[in-house]
Design a protein around this ligand. Sequence first.
Ligand SMILES: Cc1cc2nc3c(=O)[nH]c(=O)nc-3n(C[C@H](O)[C@H](O)[C@H](O)COP(=O)(O)OP(=O)(O)OC[C@H]3O[C@@H](n4cnc5c(N)ncnc54)[C@H](O)[C@@H]3O)c2cc1C
Length: 569
Amino acid sequence: MLKFPVLIVGAGPVGVMAAHMLSGLGVPSLVVERRLERSTAPKAHAVNSRTLEICEQVGIPARSIRQAGAAAEQAGWVHFVTDLAGTSFGSLPYERQGDTALADTPFPLINIAQPLFENLLSEHLESCPDVSIWRGCELIEYAETEAGIIATVQMRGASQPVQIASQYIIAADGAGSTMRKLAGVALEGLANLDHFLMIHFEADLSKLVEGRPGVLHFLLNQENSGVLICYEAQKTWVLMHSYDPTQETLADYDQARTHALVEQAVGKSISDLKIRNISPWSMCAEVAQSYRKGRIFFAGDAAHRFPPTGGLGLNTGIADAHNLTWKLARVLNGIGSDALLDSYQAERRPVAEINTTQSLENASTLLHLLAALFKGEGAQAEAHFLARKAAPEKYPEIAEAVELQRAHFDSFNLQIGYRYTSDALINPAPQAQSADVPTSHYIPTYAVGVRLPHWWIEQDGTRQSSHVLLSPTTFTLWLDEAALPLFTAEQKSSSAFNLVVQGRDFSDPDTSWAARTGLEETGALLVRPDGHIAWRCETLPKNPSAYTEERIDEILAAMPAPIESENKE
Ligand SMILES: Cc1cc2nc3c(=O)[nH]c(=O)nc-3n(C[C@H](O)[C@H](O)[C@H](O)COP(=O)(O)OP(=O)(O)OC[C@H]3O[C@@H](n4cnc5c(N)ncnc54)[C@H](O)[C@@H]3O)c2cc1C
């Protein structure tokens, strides 16, 4: 029987990233993927700042993703239109793609079609040691024992299934997760809220959108409402078309009908139109009841199914993998407890709940716009809409309804401002409730549970993000050089953590350590391998290395003793 410490089920973006991260942590893994070829469905387009920060940290340069993605000038807008060539009812900026985001992240959001993003991830994975990928290989069942897990996988074309032994499984097998079903883990929330056909087509519409470029074009008309997603204006588009599966099936959408639908959405005939694929999907707002079942951990769409109105699915999944993998590595190396693995659910599930709530809210806020445009029935409704279409500027309620959509397209705080509460942190603040978490407004804080904020530092005469000093494999203790005399020469090189010292390793051109962090000059921040602040120490005591190592042991045991004086921000 083949043995791997970690078996990853599913080579979507989350499974591939998990393999990448484990490789960087020195943990071998096997990824099984039931498809022979990667999906070409464009699906996700928004790869947000946090995902880019994580990619950069694990060795996938954000620059290469930017080069493959759309330019901000092309993808920086959302439009509300009758059709692509028709009347506009209003526009909003699409997320933080410009330089203004650079105060809070080194990498503003990029629009890139999911297959292009996945290509980059896979290319980088090829150079990662200790990763095997079996394509055309489906996990069909598993059995858990005290010593580990035996998974049964079926290779396409093989007469017999194969068994694989592992210590843990990461189930990154997507929204329909076989692993979730086999493990008997239910989803909580709302299923089948709406049904869509994702019509992937190729056409060069770049001339048509020259004067009104954008990534999302919401189609508001009486015959063919939906959304056009522009991945590459010269080539890659999706029409998201709402349909009722109790009245129609996929077979009702033949080439002629689909062509007509796309041309209606675009508002003109298209000579080079090619329909690449039509796939049905249902909008759900669900989170797995449990992110862990014994030795199985659910990540990505296997753990949460968001409405796409938020662009958070893939991004949340990659942050799941980032949270989980360093913990698995510690436990597999015998320096983390099983309780540390429980903190995965405690930290990541609330994030998914908040993102589900906001994605759902975004979907329902669109109703305000529909209400402003459509009123009444029959001829009355038509007259109401036609009047607004002829002169939208005469109806201020349309602009007001467009303005209400702003948070839908600016979820910066949800993307980078989430904060954890768990036993793998020392004195975290209580869990925030969905309603108290702003969607857009991000305020950098140096509190326990948040990811260490980005700020611009100087290092060897170069302006860099503070994030370049984060280690993906070990804990980092950040402090000012004022605290350095507390350490003996020997203690400055502890094997339990890296020391990053302001004044020695970098300088802050903007403010002092105390003003930035709210700590004493001799205070410190302990940052985990995933970049989240695990402990704020107001003032380091004498023999700070031993004291810090004790805190790290508590974090890895997920049993921190409360330290009353250190719970301030
Ligand atoms: C139209 C649309 C737009 C979207 N836009 C965005 C966006 O802008 N930003 C964003 O963040 N998200 C977006 N999303 C969501 C995003 O596409 C998903 O969240 C993302 O693909 C989830 O990645 P994953 O790796 O968890 O799952 P998947 O991509 O579904 O990958 C799961 C893999 O597991 C494999 N698998 C399943 N079962 C087995 C088995 N038993 N054995 C072996 N392999 C198995 C599957 O073949 C698949 O390859 C969008 C989705 C849609 C539909």
